[in-house]
Ligand binder design. Structure first.
Ligand code: AKG
Length: 309
């Protein structure tokens, strides 16, 4: 429910575009080359069974260095819906916190924005991340949906509550997945994933008010009625996960160490545009107004281009 409230606030608090005067140039030459990746049968099975798989070292040190720089550029040119969240932030002040006081930052970047607003992200969209998720999902091709950047400063108390991604996205299908890349080491206590079987059945969501309530996940875990998967990750590790799994993260318990991560969202062969009734956060209204897709259309288009193969 928290997330639903948040989406309502996002729609209510539209601000003027911050993206005036972007330069268009490519960082292709500066980025490391895509890595050759081999997905083992056991990893594919883990993804299909659990909805999530941990791929240690999926991105090299060079990639991590490059992506940290891109992250910095992204924070310097935040999008219209970027959130700089401070300790006292409420739903009402979500977009008003001054940057000096930020505990947590998050932003979404769509393909066109990655060309214009933060071109440093472009090579990542065409990196081996797309191949990884294609192989895990068992999809011949994948389209890029959007990039989600998240920073939790040292000592940040902001948790990301348990949620599923799919109900907040105007996309549907069984082959929709994220490649979440750690840019800093994060201890077990900072990130957790939860996989209740109930949520893997792909029941459809029509109408926001009809969304089934998320159960008391913490209560289920505490009483041993559900299992959680949790991962300790190092910079460069990837967690690849299905958009239907329930997941969330705690704050950042490491006082002096910031935790940066990027989640790349991809749609596979069966991904379609889904004009869910009610409010959704993704795509943002501007992108939603331009792609020209109709309910049920295959996702791949200029706004959500095929990036693999
Ligand atoms: O990185 C996190 O803390 C949470 C990420 C998340 O919820 C997502 O990628 O969907």
């Amino acid at each position: 429910m928290i997330a639903v409230r948040r989406i309502r606030q996002i729609s209510a608090l539209l601000r003027p575009p911050s993206g005036v005067g972007y330069r268009t140039f490519s960082h292709q030459g500066l980025a490391p080359s895509p890595q050759t990746v081999q997905i083992a049968a056991a990893e594919r099975e883990a993804y299909q069974r659990d909805g999530v798989v941990h791929l240690p070292g999926a991105f090299s040190e060079d990639w991590v260095t490059y992506l940290r720089e891109a992250f910095q550029q992204g924070m310097e040119k935040p999008g219209k819906y970027a959130e700089f969240i401070g300790k006292e932030t409420t739903w009402e002040t979500l977009f008003e916190t001054t940057r000096n006081d930020v505990q947590m930052f998050q932003d979404q970047v769509f393909y066109a924005e990655a060309t214009e607003r933060v071109p440093a992200w472009q090579p990542l969209l065409h990196s081996h991340a797309a191949q990884l998720i294609a192989e895990l999902m068992g999809s011949a091709a994948v389209s890029f949906f959007y990039l989600h950047a998240i920073l939790k400063r040292g000592g940040c108390e902001q948790a990301i509550p348990w949620h599923q991604d799919l109900p907040y996205w105007k996309v549907d299908g069984r082959q929709i997945g994220s490649v979440w890349i750690a840019l800093d080491d994060m201890p077990l206590a900072a990130w957790g994933l939860f996989r209740p079987q109930h949520f893997v059945d792909h029941s459809s969501y029509t109408g926001r008010e009809d969304l089934p309530l998320l159960p008391d996940v913490d209560g289920l875990l505490q009483t041993g009625r559900a299992n959680a998967l949790a991962f300790e990750v190092k910079a460069g590790d990837a967690l690849c996960f299905d958009a239907r799994i329930v997941h969330g993260s705690l704050g950042n318990p490491e006082v002096v160490q910031e935790h940066r991560r990027i989640a790349l969202r991809f749609g596979g062969d069966d991904a379609t545009y889904c004009d869910r009734e009610g409010e959704t956060a993704i795509p943002t209204p501007e992108i939603d107004a331009t792609h020209g897709l109709r309910h049920g259309d295959a996702l791949t288009c200029e706004a959500f281009p095929r990036v693999w193969p």
